[in-house]
Design a protein around this ligand. Sequence first.
Ligand code: CMX
Length: 489
Amino acid sequence: MVRMMRMLVDQGRRTSHNLRWVRHLSNDTDLKSRLAQLIPEEQARLKDLKTKYGKSSLGDTTVDMAIGGMRGIKGMLWETSLLDADEGIRFRNLSIPECQEKLPTAIPKGEPIPEGLFWLLVTGEIPTKEQASALTQEFKARSKIPGHVFDVLNALPKTAHPMTQLTSAIMALQTESEFAKAYEKGLDKRRYWDPVYEDSLNLIAKLPEIAAYIYRRSYKGGKSIEADSSLDYSANFAHMLGYDDPKFHELMRLYLTIHTDHEGGNVSAHTVHLVGSALSDPYLSVAAGMNGLAGPLHGLANQEVLRWLEDIVAEIGTDVTTEQLRDFIWKTLKSGKVVPGYGHAVLRKTDPRYTCQREFALKHLPNDPMFQMVSKLYEVVPPILLELGKVKNPWPNVDAHSGVLLQYYGLKEANYYTVLFGVSRTMGVLSQLIWDRAFGLPIERPKSMTIEWLENYCQKQATNKIRAMMGMSNTNEHSDGRTGFEFFA
Ligand code: CMX
């Protein structure tokens, strides 16, 4: 009875805690001071978790998991978002449709602005319009870029991949790291989060101009466009890229919001978390993460999708039959390539980031032939991937749709797409990095094994099972996985 009462009380606590994530709790328009109020509360919560449940098991690790990209291993704390295999991402407990409904917008009934999402990720609270606007202003105030960053970019050939240019620029910006300077002087570890916060806001603020500079130098003859201080973060970014259609501004707001965070295990997020755990500053950590995002199985897939769609158009045209599409997809697969934009390591249903982009397309570009092609692929690709028999998720992910929206508004340079993803992803990974340091999370160091160790360990487990069945005592265990018998073999 007492246990049941305790459980109910605990459940009640959990529910009331969860409610916190869907309420406005403060009118403070300064993100840093709100964060400073929240940190001790969350630190105490984590400490409590460790004390009460530190020894609780989160499940078994199998050999398949160890050699299969660590799928399914629950091994990382990531507060800002959580991915459900069927439902998709929740940012601090809010699904994408809920974010579209509840977060501040730039125009009435418009798309959420990423400033609002960043506030949500950092605090767990839905910002008021004033709080999101204050952040817009704060990013503007921090946006000045030192000249040497442009010198570094100009030293690269214009043909260098835009992601190579982006990571080089972020590395060049590292000279500005407040964390690195404070650490060198000697910083109390309880204050680590503060300069990490400063670096994070500075980097997020500077990225649009850097990204726009890369675009203009790579594709538009190097003619930069001045920032427009009357615009929000996304619209100003679009403006500096050279796009002033208000609908494209809306697309950019949606795009930058939904690409921010996808829990911690994906390559870019995990990399930032890992590198940051060595107390490398946010610039070093994000540059590392961006190199992961630039891989074709991760963020570069959006570039690959548009290229692949263009190949379909070049070979067959836009008026394709289902049969022609089927043949093209099989040709891709038979040549040893993946179908870009389809499949996911965690998701087992259509990515809600795909769905919301599809809804945007249905609203703004329903007759675009490339969008219609994407829609047809949605019907044709999944059954083929299922037919392969090995693909765990035949459904489209975020990258299957983004390029087609961008090309509709004139941004057709597919090689550039991952830079847009990178600007958004930086917001997500840095909101978590601030908490990593506020929580004082330690350097990350999982255990690795050799094939021999795994063989020995598994043989020993099997032997012990047999001995137990025969009522004999178990063999000795050695740190290299070998049993007592094998040790002398
Ligand atoms: N086309 C063809 N084969 C695919 C496939 C696809 N879209 N998705 C998975 N497979 C294959 C895998 O390559 C693997 O084959 P092998 O066993 O021969 O190596 C097999 O199916 C099982 O893979 P899985 O468990 O279903 O998927 P993974 O977790 O290993 O990989 C992902 C996930 C995303 C890398 C994979 O689905 C893929 O390559 N998709 C295409 C690239 C893409 O869209 N990436 C973007 C993901 C979202 C993002 O990070 O931005």
